[in-house]
Write a protein that binds this ligand. Structure first.
Ligand SMILES: *Cc1c(COP(=O)(O)O)cnc(C)c1O
Length: 490
């Protein structure tokens, strides 16, 4: 496909700016001002619209394709939450309005959304308080670990040095612990995908600051020994952190706050809609029990006796600000709308369907692909393409095959502890028909791997680019057309 620059025709215009009513370049100091016009593509409106529409159609998106990416829940943006988040009563609010004298009354609706969402999250998870401020799951983790650090500091416990993390954890867990100043200890998983209790006991001592756990884990497995694990960690005054990225699998079924956890984050973009992917904005509200409540970031939203809402900054032990203003507010509106739409019964159905759908795919594919753990899974299942790899067809080849079949590939090569991993998560929102289409294509891939393994090397055939050097494509991106044409025309 041609670049927009290659479609440029000298003198063609799609848009004309009105004459400037301020002195041109008046504000730009000479060393920084352009000496000549920027070499922008010269194209008509139709050229632009067609180019970018076509480009967008080459992309895989939730609105166009099935997305069974594991460790990446939701993948669904209902249009009604989109439109509610665009209500001008929300979008036109100035973020400082609530702090201006008399401004509070204009922000009551927005503050109520934040307050009510907190109540719902507490009810769903069994925690006492939530902050809506963190801007992503990983940011929620960092906030949670900072609360953990504040707790130990408040107790003058300088010996706390380590955060314990199972080997199945998402990479952001050790990263968050490290950014907060802790060293990490990795605990191996046992044959059932749970935590090895003996290894845990051997690792825990007075220097243990806490433990981070994802439940259900990235293997799609529920940890049966949580109570025992919490006892071990609390025995040395450690903090139990719950990574809630997979909350959809247990929503309405069990509450992390009741299981012995002290702090958790929710990925609104995984459990409660809100756009996801491409590194887009997220929100990672963090919930805590009373132990950590006084350290929560500011501001907090409070409800007064007369039913009005206000921002409260008056917390002496707070870890302070972790985001500008009130977090990613538009995403919180979407999450709130989705929760209200589902209601208590709908939230429970979420977990039922997420687990049912994941097990449906797991059972149907088990005769063809090697299952990592042969037990009922939660929200996702992990396979290994080891049988296919013996025929010369690897997980990446199967992913490329699926692209030609109009399916976004599942997660491959993660978790890293599983060779040739294929991790599949349909989520609760996909229909049986869609999953059957996907299952059919996975079975077809297995059959083709037996009949004609060489065919896989050519997939995908329908995309503008087939097999880029993936490391180079990720690490050495050249986004400048002029750079590429002038120095590296090849
Ligand atoms: C996605 C995910 C995270 C990180 O969340 P972001 O919102 O992407 O920062 C953390 N832990 C697990 C288990 C996840 O799946």
């Amino acid at each position: 496909m041609e670049l927009i620059f290659e479609k440029s025709t000298e003198g063609r215009k799609g848009f004309a700016f009105g004459a400037s009513d301020v002195p041109v370049r008046a504000q730009v100091p000479a060393p920084y001002a352009r000496k000549e016009d920027a070499p922008l593509p010269q194209v008509s409106e139709l050229d632009v619209v067609r180019h970018y529409t076509r480009l967008s159609q080459k992309n895989f998106s939730i609105d166009t394709h099935f997305y069974p990416l594991g460790s990446c829940t939701m993948k669904y943006n209902p249009k009604f939450t989109e439109s509610l988040s665009r209500l001008s009563g929300f979008t036109d609010l100035h973020p400082l309005l609530a702090q201006l004298s008399g401004g509070e009354r204009w922000t009551q609706g927005a503050l109520e959304v934040l307050y009510e969402l907190e109540q719902w999250m507490c009810a769903m998870t069994g925690f006492k308080h939530f902050t809506m401020q963190p801007l992503a799951g990983a940011h929620g983790e960092l906030t949670g670990i900072m609360l953990m650090a504040a707790y130990h500091k408040h107790k003058n416990n300088a010996r706390k040095k380590y955060v314990i993390i199972p080997d199945s954890a998402h990479g952001t867990n050790p990263a968050s612990a490290a950014i907060a100043g802790y060293e990490t200890i990795s605990i191996p998983s046992n044959k059932e995908g749970g935590m090895d209790l003996e290894a845990l006991k051997a690792a825990v001592n007075e220097e243990t600051a806490g433990l981070m756990m994802t439940v259900p884990s990235t293997y799609g497995v529920f940890e049966p020994n949580i109570t025992e694990i919490a006892k071990i960690i609390h025995g040395v005054d450690g903090i139990m952190y719950y990574d809630g990225a997979n909350l959809n699998a247990v929503l309405g079924r069990c509450r992390p706050g009741d299981l012995g956890f002290d702090v958790m984050h929710i990925n609104t973009h995984k459990t409660f809609t809100t756009p996801h992917g491409g590194g887009g904005p997220g929100a990672g509200p963090v919930g805590v029990n009373e132990k950590l409540a006084k350290f929560l970031p500011i501001s907090r939203v409070i409800k007064r006796g007369d039913g009005t809402f206000a921002l409260d900054y008056n917390y002496t032990d707070t870890i302070g600000y972790i985001a500008s203003f009130y977090g990613n507010f538009g995403l919180l509106v979407r999450a709130y709308a989705y929760i209200l739409m589902l209601g208590k019964e709908g939230l429970l159905e979420t977990a039922n369907h997420a687990v049912l759908n994941a097990n449906y795919i797991m059972k149907k594919l088990a005769p063809y692909y090697k299952l990592c753990f042969d037990r009922i899974c939660m929200h996702e299942s992990v396979f290994s393409a080891s049988k296919q790899a013996e025929r010369g067809v690897h997980a990446i080849d199967i992913a490329k095959f699926l692209i030609d079949e109009q399916i976004h590939p599942p997660t491959v090569y993660f978790p890293i502890s599983v060779p040739e991993a294929i991790m599949i998560e349909p989520t609760e929102t996909e229909s049986k028909q869609t999953m059957d289409y996907y299952i059919g294509k996975m079975v077809e891939a297995d059959k083709l791997s037996q009949e004609n393994p060489a065919a896989f090397k050519e997939f995908p055939k329908t995309m503008p680019i087939s097999r880029p050097d993936e490391v180079k494509a990720a690490r050495d991106v050249k986004t400048s057309y002029f750079l590429v044409t002038s120095s590296d025309a090849s």
